[in-house]
Ligand binder design. Structure first.
Ligand SMILES: CC(C)(COP(=O)(O)OP(=O)(O)OC[C@H]1O[C@@H](n2cnc3c(N)ncnc32)[C@H](O)[C@@H]1OP(=O)(O)O)[C@@H](O)C(=O)NCCC(=O)NCCS
Length: 149
């Protein structure tokens, strides 16, 4: 497996933090829209997730090789703790041409290493991303149920 020189960066967002540079915000939103593929959301939903992080708290994580964006993640702070995890990992994706080279692991190390408190996420049972999450200690004690309206 090829080892890539990957640089990860964390952009903490929310009250008291600098807003995300608009060009980076657009780059991350478009990147996630493209590379989440069938696990993704519409662009306005990804932009709303970035808005929430900017207003209420969260972070953007990037993984680059030089200037090239290879992976990105967005987390939101829930504002709760104990009864509900402090953070939600909403999106994570690696460029379709750069998977299987450790970029996802670099992002997960940045996410788990820099966030304070517990982290929740949801993943479809057969998504290979599940193995990545399990590697970083995520378990699925609960069955997620939703009333979608
Ligand atoms: C999930 C994703 C982020 C993983 O990124 P990646 O850079 O390919 O992952 P890595 O190379 O760092 O691999 C990390 C670990 O994940 C697991 N993994 C990743 N892809 C896998 C696959 N296709 N099949 C099985 N395991 C896989 C492995 O356990 C691997 O560890 P190992 O190399 O020590 O065996 C990437 O595949 C992706 O962007 N998928 C599409 C979007 C998506 O599904 N996002 C998550 C939505 S919940």
């Amino acid at each position: 497996m090829t080892q890539t020189a990957i640089q990860t960066r964390v952009f903490p967002l929310g009250p008291g933090q600098s807003p995300l540079d608009p060009a980076l915000r657009e780059e991350v939103a478009q990147f996630l829209f493209t590379h989440l593929e069938e696990y993704g959301d519409d662009l306005p939903d990804i932009q709303a997730c970035l808005d929430y992080a900017g207003e209420r708290g969260g972070a953007v994580f990037t993984a680059r090789e030089g200037e090239r964006l290879l992976g990105a993640s967005i987390t939101n702070r829930t504002g709760m703790s104990g009864f509900i995890p402090e953070n939600i990992l909403v999106y994570i994706a690696v460029h379709g041409d750069s998977r299987g080279k450790g970029v996802g692991k670099s992002l997960m190390e940045a996410v788990t290493g820099s966030l304070q408190g517990s982290i929740a996420l949801h993943v479809e049972p057969h998504n290979p991303a599940r193995a990545l999450y399990e590697r970083y200690g995520f378990t699925n004690k609960y069955l997620e149920m939703r009333l979608t309206r």
